[in-house]
Design a protein around this ligand. Structure first.
Ligand SMILES: Cc1ncc(COP(=O)(O)O)c(C=O)c1O
Length: 389
């Protein structure tokens, strides 16, 4: 049976368009350092500026706020460094941070790092449907708005696919003059960028979630202000990020994002097919539950629990059938416990240890959802027998 890859929230296969571009247009270069002053270097730096302009147009943002880098973990660490990091180093007063409990490790670990250096963190809880509590955020703003140097709340969760009220959060942050980092890693290319996010907000984009190579990405700065660069060295990226730019990564990511926005309507049939798939699982397996089912979710993501079996057993059974899924997020896949995101939603271990995440992309053959459903049902039936015998 041919391989079915359904782990796109972790990373995506290279898009066909990206492969064609690399093979047909870049196999023989130009190869040079984009910062070299000779003709070849100029060609590459011009290529990078063309990508910046194109991405700015695609997202309707000021292209001069785009800082190319290696991906979202770097963007997130940079946004923390530029805000709370500078506050702590300069011994200023705005030492408070606000984060939701369902953030990716890239956010949580930065918050905890700056906590060790003196920051106070306000954690925003989520409902059992996986949506952050806006009322709690408003209360924190009422009490502490003058002390907060960064709010970090994601646009959509990578495990559940639940979409967060980021437009309201951006509005609230702007009203209170508080910098907002919206982790848009899982929404760029899947949802149109909301008006509220087009300026005054830190955004992050990761090329490898969009069919471009690993190690490509960009940070969008809220303003064209002076920000202290995290990576020191040369004056690349208008002094916002030192280091020789990943030229092939930047061009590939631009090709990939362009393709995604041309194809944005294609998420609708994929969403329909995903709902059929989920309904088929629910109809065939009484223990199955779709996590976050009552919330708006990304078209490509299903997180399903199967009480009574262990997720890793199901993952291995599916892998034996050449279907590649994960148990929650790739980063926590080898932890046999309930993920922090699910615990935040009040999900107990008997359910939390029985989940698998199916996350697809626009190049998936929609009929593969039928194959995945059949395979899950027969794997579940097999595992359930082992468990209860
Ligand atoms: C929501 C979210 N934020 C941040 C990251 C980190 O992205 P990167 O792999 O580009 O560092 C990921 C990766 O899975 C993610 O899903």
């Amino acid at each position: 049976m041919s391989k079915i890859y359904a782990d796109c929230n972790a990373t995506t296969p290279l898009l066909k368009n990206v492969k064609d571009y690399l093979i047909n247009s870049r196999l023989n270069g130009p190869f040079a350092n984009p910062n070299s002053l000779h003709y070849l270097g100029n060609q590459l730096s011009q290529g990078i500026e063309n990508c910046r302009k194109h991405l700015g147009k695609l997202l309707s943002i000021d292209d001069q706020k785009i800082v190319f880098n290696s991906g979202s973990s770097e963007s997130i660490a940079t946004a923390f460094w530029m805000t709370i990091g500078q506050v702590i180093l300069n011994k200023s007063k705005k030492t408070h941070l606000v984060c939701s409990t369902i953030e990716h490790a890239a956010v949580i670990e930065n918050a905890l790092y700056w906590k060790k250096k003196g920051a106070t963190i306000h954690w925003i809880n989520v409902s059992s449907d996986g949506v952050v509590d806006l009322e709690q955020l408003k209360q924190i703003f009422k009490l502490h708005s003058a002390e907060i140097s960064l709010v970090a709340i994601m646009a959509a969760n990578n495990e559940t696919g639940v979409i967060q009220p980021y437009e309201q959060i951006a509005k609230l942050c702007k009203e209170n003059h508080i910098p907002y980092l919206c982790d848009t890693t899982q929404t760029i290319g899947k949802l149109d960028l909301a008006e509220e996010l087009k300026e005054g907000v830190f955004l992050c984009v990761s090329g490898h979630k969009l069919g471009a190579p690993l190690g490509s990405g960009f940070l969008v700065l809220p303003f064209r202000d002076h920000y202290e660069s995290l990576i020191k060295g040369g004056p690349q990226e208008q002094n916002y990020r030192a280091g020789t730019q990943n030229y092939l990564g930047i061009e590939s990511m631009t090709v990939a994002l362009d393709w995604h926005y041309q194809m944005i309507q294609a998420w609708n049939p994929l969403m329909q097919k995903k709902i059929q798939f989920e309904n088929k699982i629910l109809a065939s397996i009484t223990q199955a539950q779709i996590i976050g089912a009552r919330s708006s979710r990304l078209a490509n993501t299903s997180l399903i629990s199967f009480k009574g079996i262990h997720s890793q057993g199901l993952q291995i059974e599916l892998e034996a059938r050449n279907i590649f899924v994960t148990t929650s997020a790739a980063c926590s896949d080898n932890e046999p416990s309930t993920s922090k995101v699910l615990r935040s939603m009040g999900i107990q271990d008997d359910e939390g240890r029985s989940v698998i995440r199916i996350s697809t992309g626009l190049e998936l053959n929609l009929e593969h959802y039928d194959v995945i459903a059949e395979s899950i049902i027969s794997s579940f039936n097999h595992l359930e027998k082992i468990h209860f015998n």
